[in-house]
Design a protein around this ligand. Structure first.
Ligand SMILES: Nc1ncnc2c1ncn2[C@@H]1O[C@H](COP(=O)(O)OP(=O)(O)OC[C@H]2O[C@@H]([n+]3cccc(C(=O)O)c3)[C@H](O)[C@@H]2O)[C@@H](O)[C@H]1O
Ligand SMILES: Nc1ncnc2c1ncn2[C@@H]1O[C@H](COP(=O)(O)OP(=O)(O)OP(=O)(O)O)[C@@H](O)[C@H]1O
Ligand SMILES: NC(=O)CC[C@H](N)C(=O)O
Length: 727
């Protein structure tokens, strides 16, 4: 007799919040595919019916009503749920309270509605705004709406925290965050004899986060034994987050299937063909676990008339050799796939990018090129959805790309927008890059607009502002820089609106891409409403050093040496007249900002990790930066908070950005802080000063009478340009 194995399908879907028809079609495709593969259990992502990111739409009754309609249509198709448990994520009202649920269906019946026990409510997540966590024990009756009763032929089903008893094994659900809390439901389920845990997730991409996810899942299934199946969404479902799949099947601490994080496929299924005897023997030999299991209070159960294990033509899954992406690969793929989803769902015909020849805009250009490359590869793998989307975007019914440049040339317009202050090197780099990736590139001068705007001001006020090098004040200088930066934004929107028209393509618009990185936002080192104001920004959550590494990575990947050249060039703004030989006029970013990009990244990270205000940031950095004197650390901390607070208003109009880091600057989304500050930070800074003085007093006592100097370096304490002495 052949041995029977569990055949489990973990489905990755690219859902779109509130796009019920689209979501339904993906769910149905995933069930059909799972059935074709012979699966007996199909697991989908969290809230897959409505889309995870409905946010305040979850307050609307319509969202829940339409979710039931979709479920009704799925259950109405006799074949879909026949001989396969379908574990579907959707919002459900119970006793007038909204829960984030798994709906467990089999053979056109609803066996159980299992609400989420621990909601995700930190950082980007606000689930507790719309949903309530289920806290009760025991199962309750859930009366179905008449329309659903008519389809399923049952009046009621069960609602609560229960396990599913199948003919040959026991299964339980855990929803996303429940894996991330200190006391996970899977521990008690496992001790109660549950052999398979099914986790439907809506988990977004952050750099280096997959390691944590893998750690949690492997630890869950090794500490208790058992199979752990994880299904996550993939894609931009309408907001700033990208859900990065990595759906997987794990058993006894080892990974047996792992889905790609980033890809344009609408639906993918990872199949786990697993021998449950391995779970039984793992647990049987784990005596201390057995002692705990004997003490475990049993969970309520619902019965499922199905054999999860069967004789199958598939062989057992083999352990997967992990080959995880490094951060620059994640950056090279995540934001491009977010751009792709955004493009195909926005109705736009492509992207417009003001391309300066600097690292930020070059990274964005390279991301568009890599997006095209990833879409091309997916089409070559047979992804018809992507080909159809592409043909719709470029409005060519018979278009089939051969190279990524074939795609880029149709959807991407770039412009170098020069002024008298622009350099030859940046112009050439922009041109070389545009040529390499195949964008439609324009070199355009904007001095006429700049001169006219200054002229308008002169006419009205009788005054002529000058750059500092020409004898003007700091404010005049800044205002003249800002005109150039803002004119670029105006020209960019004009180009985005009318280039398709110049090509004889009626209608349609391009999306303007923003290019400010997370460090610049945090410091406010950008002009409000310049090119940092755009439609969407793929790099707004990424720091400069990761961006440079990505440029180097993509320079190899896309065979574009100019990207590495750009990564190596010093970032300059080119907004002021440059005097040969005068270093001050070079306008190097880090000198102008009064801090390095890496320091800024550390400030951002610490603010997230330790929730630091000025005083605790200072205390942390005394440890982290032992090579600097307390006075210098204090100066840097105060400088950071000064600039953060004077520029925080700029975050209120920040371009929606791909969220990639463990911290963010996006006002009202990630970084919920005021934007009108008392920039003196009197109490906070004076506490810091007290600590510095105490330290210095102690040091002075120690060295009194001896020439021994301080062991901490104090060089450069009065560094920084004139502007920073405002402090
Ligand atoms: N509390 C508050 N609430 C709301 N709005 C406030 C405000 N305080 C000022 N404002 C407004 O903001 C304005 C000042 O901000 P803004 O106009 O942006 O100008 P500002 O921040 O003063 O200057 C722009 C900075 O960005 C740098 N930059 C610009 C462009 C490119 C690059 C580069 O790296 O290449 C660097 C430039 O060197 C300079 O340091 C004020 O004139 C006022 O209108
Ligand atoms: N000469 C230019 N032509 C076209 N766009 C420009 C030009 N100068 C600036 N921009 C736009 O303004 C943005 C901000 O300029 P900024 O100098 O900070 O960025 P960058 O040149 O891309 O990168 P880096 O900061 O590394 O020099 C640019 O990313 C670009 O989109
Ligand atoms: N949807 C959720 O519950 C998300 C929770 C979890 N912290 C994550 O990022 O994956």
């Amino acid at each position: 007799m052949h041995k029977k194995y569990a055949v489990l399908a973990s489905c990755t879907l690219n859902q779109w919040a509130l796009s019920f028809a689209h979501n339904k079609s993906n769910i149905i495709k995933s069930i059909e595919l799972s059935k074709r593969l012979g699966a007996t259990y199909r697991l989908g992502p969290e809230l897959e019916v409505s889309g995870y990111g409905c946010e305040d739409h979850f307050f609307e009754l319509d969202t829940v009503k339409h979710s039931w309609q979709v479920l009704g249509e799925i259950l109405g198709q006799q074949e879909l749920t026949k001989d396969i448990i379908c574990d579907i994520g959707m919002p459900v009202h119970f006793k007038n309270t909204l829960y984030n649920c798994r709906v467990i269906c089999l053979n056109q019946k609803i066996l159980l509605i299992r609400p989420k026990l621990y909601l995700a409510a930190g950082n980007n997540y606000r689930e507790s705004r719309w949903f309530t966590a289920w806290v009760r024990e025991g199962l309750e009756d859930f009366y179905l709406a008449p329309e659903i009763q008519a389809i399923v032929g049952q009046k009621s089903t069960k609602f609560g925290n229960a396990i599913i008893r199948c003919n040959d094994t026991t299964i339980a659900c855990e929803t996303c965050e429940e894996l991330w809390v200190p006391k996970n439901p899977h521990v008690d389920y496992g001790l109660d004899g549950v052999e398979i845990i099914m986790n439907g997730s809506g988990s977004h991409h952050e750099l280096r986060k997959l390691h944590t996810r893998l750690g949690l899942i492997t630890s869950a299934s090794s500490r208790n034994g058992g199979v752990y199946v994880y299904a996550n969404a993939r894609g931009c479902d309408g907001g700033r987050m990208y859900f990065d799949a990595s759906s997987m099947v794990c058993m006894n601490g080892k990974i047996y299937a792992l889905e790609d994080q980033f890809a344009p496929e609408e639906v993918s299924v990872q199949l786990g063909v697993m021998d449950l005897d391995e779970v039984r023997s793992y647990r049987g030999g784990f005596n201390s676990r057995c002692v705990q299991s004997a003490k475990q209070k049993p969970f309520p159960t619902v019965e499922a008339e199905i054999d999860i294990c069967k004789i199958t033509e598939h062989s057992l899954n083999k352990e997967v050799k992990l080959n995880l992406l490094i951060p620059e690969q994640e950056i090279a793929m995540g934001p491009p796939m977010w751009l792709w989803d955004y493009l195909r769902r926005s109705g736009a015909r492509g992207f417009f990018l003001p391309l300066s020849g600097g690292a930020d805009s070059a990274s964005v250009a390279a991301m568009v090129a890599n997006m095209a490359q990833m879409v091309l590869k997916s089409i070559e793998r047979g992804n018809q959805d992507a080909l159809m989307d592409l043909r719709r975007i470029v409005r060519e019914d018979d278009f089939t790309p051969k190279t990524y440049q074939d795609i880029v040339s149709r959807i991407f317009v770039t412009s170098y927008l020069s002024t008298k202050n622009s350099g030859k090197e940046t112009l050439e780099r922009a041109e070389t890059l545009a040529k390499g990736i195949g964008s439609l590139h324009y070199n355009m001068g904007i001095d006429e607009a700049y001169d006219s705007i200054v002229g308008i001001f002169q006419k009205a006020t009788g005054k002529t502002p000058q750059f500092e090098v020409h004898g003007g004040t700091y404010n005049e200088d800044l205002a003249l820089q800002n005109i150039q930066a803002r004119v670029r934004m105006v020209v960019s929107y004009l180009m985005a609106q009318l280039v398709p028209w110049t090509q004889g393509k009626q209608g349609g618009f391009l999306l303007v891409l923003g290019t400010s990185n997370i460090c610049e936002s945090l410091r406010g080192y950008m002009t409000k409403y310049d090119c940092s104001s755009a439609d969407i920004n793929p790099i707004g959550g990424i720091n400069k050093s990761d961006l440079k590494k990505t440029l180097i990575y993509l320079s190899h990947e896309l065979k574009l040496p100019v990207l590495a050249e750009i990564a190596g060039a010093k970032p300059t703004a080119e907004l002021r007249p440059f005097i040969e030989g005068d270093v001050k006029t070079q306008q190097l970013d880090e000198v102008e900002m009064g801090m390095s990009y890496d320091e800024l990244d550390e400030f951002g990270r610490l603010r997230k990790i330790s929730r630091s205000g000025p005083l605790s940031m200072f205390e942390r950095l005394l440890f982290n930066w032992p090579h600097l004197s307390p006075r210098l650390v204090a100066e840097k901390v105060k400088r950071f908070f000064f600039y953060y607070s004077i520029n925080r208003h700029k975050m209120t109009v920040l371009t929606p950005s791909y969220h990639a880091e463990a911290y963010g600057t996006d006002d009202n989304r990630f970084d919920l802080r005021q934007f009108l500050y008392d920039t003196k930070w009197e109490v906070q800074f004076s506490e810091i000063d007290k600590i510095v003085m105490e330290y210095e007093k102690e040091q002075a006592m120690k060295v009194k009478g001896s020439d021994e100097g301080q062991n901490r370096k104090s060089a450069g304490e009065s560094e920084g340009p004139k502007e920073h002495q405002k402090l």
